[in-house]
Design a protein around this ligand. Structure first.
Ligand code: NAD
Ligand code: ZN
Length: 249
């Protein structure tokens, strides 16, 4: 392990256009569970019930979804960026990291100081009306939900509200995906952190960057389908490993 950490440190040290690609695993040490770890909220809610078609079709699914969102929202509100988020922000301050591509909706990269963050799965801070496109802050949702038996509706047209997060069965935001692909292609090192790389098309960013000549470094507790094309794979905790990888000296 020590030798591989040293090798990853050397690769990061000589790279000038590092792109971090992160998933739920970078935030577990901030108290937000991923799908596989200690299950927390995911144990009581099956994400499949919240697929976009279900969400639009069924008032029952929406009521369940908003209960789940309230629980997740409480976790997000209590979470603080951890040493892993901070290490990535430090790389950008040094001028050697050209951006972060994240599958997370928790805003912890921004709160850690990262400025160029591409959110592939949206964010939980805003809700959008599916009929007229009106937007309102998520903080307004509990009151609107209470008025309509757990199914918050648009103040303008009574349409269905959806958070600006990507639900299962929903396409990724095109603009964010295109920006992510461009950034990944131009990077000289893709630092993958805390993603099972199980979900497409996001996971395909790794082979894409690799084909364009980027070195790939993976920091994850478990093995991923892209381990084979990585220069270095480190199986361990992001909050412990990343500060060591960016430490100078
Ligand atoms: P995932 O749950 O599929 O995989 C997380 C990976 O992180 C696992 O392989 C696990 O081994 C690893 N991991 C867990 N803790 C770690 C740690 N401390 N250090 C290093 N690795 C660690 O996550 P995914 O690939 O991001 O896909 C899940 C989807 O669910 C995402 O698309 C995301 O949008 C959503 N999600 C988001 C959040 C969040 O915003 N924080 C939380 C849960 C799920
Ligand atoms: Zn509306």
């Amino acid at each position: 392990m020590e030798r591989r950490i040293e090798e990853a440190r050397r690769l990061l040290g000589r790279s000038r256009r590092i792109v971090a690609f992160t998933g739920a695993g970078i935030s577990t040490e901030s108290g937000i569970p991923d799908f596989r770890g200690p299950r927390g909220v995911w144990a009581r809610f099956d994400p499949d019930e919240f697929s976009l078609p279900n969400f639009l079709r069924s008032v029952h699914a929406r009521r369940r979804f908003w209960q789940f969102a309230a629980e997740l929202g409480a976790l997000l509100a209590a979470a603080r960026p951890n040493a892993g988020h901070l290490a990535i922000a430090e790389l950008e301050r040094r001028g050697t990291c050209s951006g972060v591509i994240t599958q997370n909706i928790d805003r912890l990269h921004q709160r850690a100081g990262s400025r160029r963050v591409i959110e592939l799965h949206g964010d939980a801070e805003t809700a959008v009306c599916m009929t007229c496109g009106a937007e309102l802050p998520s903080s307004a949702l509990p009151e609107r939900a209470a008025r309509n038996d757990g199914d918050p509706r648009c103040p303008r047209c009574s349409g269905i509200l959806k958070p600006r997060t990507v639900l299962f069965g929903e396409a990724l935001p095109e603009k964010a995906l295109a920006q992510a692909e461009k950034l990944a292609r131009k990077s000289d090192l893709l630092l993958v952190v805390g993603s099972s790389l199980a979900v497409q098309p996001a996971a395909s960013l790794v082979p894409m960057a690799h084909r364009s000549g980027a070195a790939v470094v993976i920091v994850n507790l478990d093995a991923t389908p892209s381990d084979g094309l990585a220069e270095v794979v480190l199986h361990g905790r992001a909050g412990e490993l990343l500060p060591r990888l960016v430490a100078r000296g």
